[in-house]
Ligand binder design. Structure first.
Ligand code: ASP
Length: 299
C-alpha cells in the first residue's frame, strides 16, 4: 500500500492466529493512531496499540499469554524501539499485566534488556502492580497443548514431543507422557518510526525459554527508514535476524510489500512466520499462516 506521509499504525495478532480476530487488531491500531493524532509520538502509538492487544485476552501476550508446561507459570517477553533512540525490552518476566509498558520503562534505565526475576523486581520498583490472573481461555489452551504433547504429532514442527519431557526443568512433575504474539509498528506525521511487541512465548517450551520477540534485530527493529515487527517460531527467526534483515532491504529502497514477502519466504514453509512493516510512504503485512492484522491510516 502506498500512502503520503501520514501517521499510521499497523498491528498483528500473531502468525497462526485467526482472521476472526482482526477486530482486536483493528481496535488496537485505532487506539494507537488516536494517540498519535492527539499529539503522541510514533512510540506512544505503537505502545498504546500493543497494550490494547495485551489486554484483549485472545492473543498470546499479556492477559492472553500461554501457560508454561506446569500449567501455572506465565513467562512473557516484550520490546519497544523507535527511530529517536528509544530501546527497551523484558524477557521471561512474570506477574505483570502489560510487559510492553515495563519494556518501555526499561528504556529509561541505563540498560536495554532486563530478564526474569530482576525484570519483575524492576517492574515493582517502577510501580507496576503484581498481576497473575489466569483465564478459562488460557486453561483450555493449556489442556489442548497437553493432549497434543501426549500424542504422536509434534507440537512444534521438527521437535519431538519427548524433548520437553527429557529436559523438563519445572519444579512440578510433568503431566504428559512422551504460536501467537502481538506487535505494532507506527509512523507519525513527523516521520518518526516505532515498534512495540509482546508475547507469552511459544508453546511448548522449557522454563526460561526466550524467543525472538525481545531480541533486537530478530523480533523487532526501528530506525530512520522504518519499523518492522516479526512473529513466528523464535528459534528460527533469530537465525535470520529477520527484523533487521527486512529493515535493511527497506532502507536500501525495496518496496515494503516486497521486503515483508521476502522476509517470510526466508523461512521454510513448515515454520510459522509473519512480518509487518512501515516506511515513509508504505505499509505492508505478510505471513505464511493465517494472521490477524490491521492498518489504520490518518486522513
Ligand atoms: N515469536 C514468538 C516467540 O518465539 C512467538 C510468536 O510469535 O507466536 O516467542
Amino acid at each position: 500500500m502506498t500512502q503520503e506521509m501520514k501517521a499510521t499504525v499497523v498491528t498483528h495478532g500473531g502468525a497462526g492466529g485467526s482472521r476472526d480476530q482482526d477486530d482486536g487488531c483493528q481496535f488496537a491500531a485505532r487506539t494507537g493512531l488516536d494517540r498519535v493524532a492527539g499529539g503522541g509520538s510514533a512510540l506512544d502509538g505503537a505502545v498504546a496499540a500493543c497494550v490494547a492487544l495485551e489486554d484483549d485476552g485472545r492473543y498470546n501476550a499479556g492477559s492472553g499469554s500461554v501457560l508454561c508446561l506446569d500449567g501455572r507459570t506465565v513467562e512473557m517477553d516484550a520490546a519497544v524501539m523507535d527511530s529517536q533512540g528509544t530501546l527497551g525490552a523484558v524477557a521471561c518476566i512474570q506477574r505483570v499485566k502489560n510487559p510492553v509498558l515495563v519494556a518501555q520503562a526499561v528504556s529509561r534505565t541505563p540498560h536495554w534488556l532486563l530478564a526474569g526475576e530482576g525484570a519483575e523486581r524492576f517492574a515493582r520498583t517502577a510501580g507496576f502492580p503484581l498481576y497473575h490472573e489466569i483465564s478459562e481461555r488460557q486453561r483450555a489452551k493449556h489442556l489442548k497443548l497437553m493432549a497434543t504433547l501426549g500424542g504422536k504429532e509434534p507440537a512444534t514442527p521438527g521437535v519431538a514431543n519427548r524433548a520437553f519431557a527429557d529436559y523438563w526443568n519445572y519444579d512440578t512433575p510433568r503431566e504428559f507422557t512422551p504460536c501467537d504474539t502481538v506487535g505494532a509498528v507506527a509512523r507519525d506525521a513527523a516521520g518518526n518510526f516505532a515498534v512495540a511487541c509482546s508475547t507469552g512465548g511459544s508453546a511448548p517450551s522449557l522454563l526460561g525459554r526466550v524467543g525472538d520477540t525481545p531480541i533486537i534485530g530478530s523480533g523487532f527493529y526501528a530506525g530512520a527508514e522504518g519499523a518492522v515487527a516479526v512473529t513466528g517460531i523464535g528459534e528460527h527467526i533469530v537465525r535470520h535476524l529477520l527484523a533487521y534483515t527486512v529493515y535493511g532491504w527497506i532502507a536500501g529502497g525495496m518496496p515494503v510489500e516486497e521486503a515483508v514477502r521476502r522476509g517470510v519466504a526466508l523461512l521454510p514453509k513448515e515454520i510459522d512466520v509473519g512480518v509487518i512493516a512501515v516506511n515513509r510512504t508504505e505499509a505492508a503485512m505478510d505471513s505464511n499462516r493465517e494472521m490477524p492484522c490491521a492498518q489504520v491510516l490518518h486522513d
